[in-house]
Design a protein around this ligand. Structure first.
Ligand code: NAD
Length: 298
């Protein structure tokens, strides 16, 4: 049986690793948080004491880390131990250029990198309905395709450049983050004249304004006062990576700058470690006169 490795067992990685264990795979895991490792051991996985130990034990290694800096750190560890013929599947929302760089570094050890960011949130990770956007060597993708079944409903092959999956993911999050902010503004304005949030979301979700916020984030979490499970810090990171990517390719993204400003204002107002739900809270506070309105129009 192929041994799978999993590094980064947070909101997304924890449930994905659990799904792999439940599907009957041998899974060796590492996270810098020992409690996250213990949770997967309880589910039937095997804990490792370092990323390098996962590199020794596993043939296919999944990463679900906060961002490109953590990916570089973990890949440096893997370089000490990874076996030729191994595959690293990076599901972090990362910088396309970083994926290309780590693919070159690991190729010098005989290992292959697939860029494979995922979409669908913590609920998709828990119920195995994520979308994966995979790029890199096609034959490696085909050979590892079956393991995606544990946590995905949709798997797309984007192309041979290992960074292209991460590029598509940044573009996707641009659309979903913009939709969350615009939907929050629309809902707050409707509430100001006494229309309830559930009625608006029900109508928007079957009308031309529908998006991932009207269909899922508002009805399933925000309208019920629950967190979405996606940190504001990660939302800001995604927008920063998108803007760096666009600048590098010299494509202006005007709306992305507005999105970044609004995330920054929300992080300043609340705890930096807040959930993306705080975007709605902040817009609501400003509308009801309790918060400081945006001053820069951006
Ligand atoms: P998270 O912060 O909950 O999890 C990250 C995990 O990585 C943590 O458990 C942390 O301890 C671990 N970690 C960090 N540095 C490490 C290191 N050097 N070695 C070992 N472990 C390390 O984040 P998350 O919400 O699970 O997101 C993970 C990735 O998936 C991010 O890139 C995020 O942008 C992306 N993503 C998140 C969601 C979501 O809804 N939360 C959806 C799609 C994609």
């Amino acid at each position: 049986m192929v041994t799978l490795g999993f590094i980064g067992l947070g909101h997304m990685g924890g449930p994905m690793a659990t799904q792999l264990v439940r599907d009957g795979h041998d899974v060796v895991v590492f996270d810098r948080d020992s409690e996250a490792i213990e949770a997967i051991e309880t589910a039937g996985g095997t804990g490792a004491d370092s990323a390098a130990a996962v590199g020794t034990a596993a043939e296919i290694i999944y990463l679900s880390l906060p961002g490109p800096e953590e990916v570089k750190t973990v890949v440096s560890e893997l370089e000490k131990s990874i076996e030729p013929g191994s595959v690293v599947v990076d599901m972090t929302t990362s910088r396309p250029e970083t994926t290309e760089t780590v693919a070159e570094r690991l190729a010098s050890h005989g290992a292959t990198v697939l860029g494979s960011p995922v979409s669908g949130g913590t609920s998709g990770a828990a119920d195995g309905t994520l979308t994966a956007m995979v790029s890199g060597d096609r034959a490696t993708f085909e050979a590892t395709r079956e393991y995606f079944d544990a946590f995905t409903a949709n798997v797309f092959y984007v192309g041979p450049d290992p960074g292209h999956g991460h590029a598509v993911k940044l573009l996707n999050n641009y659309l979903s983050n913009t939709a969350l902010i615009a939907t929050s503004e629309a809902v707050v304005l409707g509430q100001q004249i006494g229309i309830d949030i559930e009625t608006m979301c029900e109508i928007f979700s079957v009308s031309s304004g529908r998006n991932s916020a009207t269909e899922k984030k508002f009805p399933d979490a925000i309208a019920q006062g629950r967190d979405v499970g996606f940190a504001l810090e990660l939302m800001e990171k995604d927008t920063r990576l998108l803007l760096e990517f666009a600048e590098d390719k010299q494509v202006p993204l005007l709306v992305a700058n507005v999105v970044r400003s609004q995330i920054g204002r929300t992080r300043t107002r609340y705890d930096d470690s807040g959930d993306m739900t705080d975007i709605y809270e902040y817009i609501s506070e400003v509308a009801t006169g309790a918060g400081t309105p945006p001053s820069d129009g951006g």
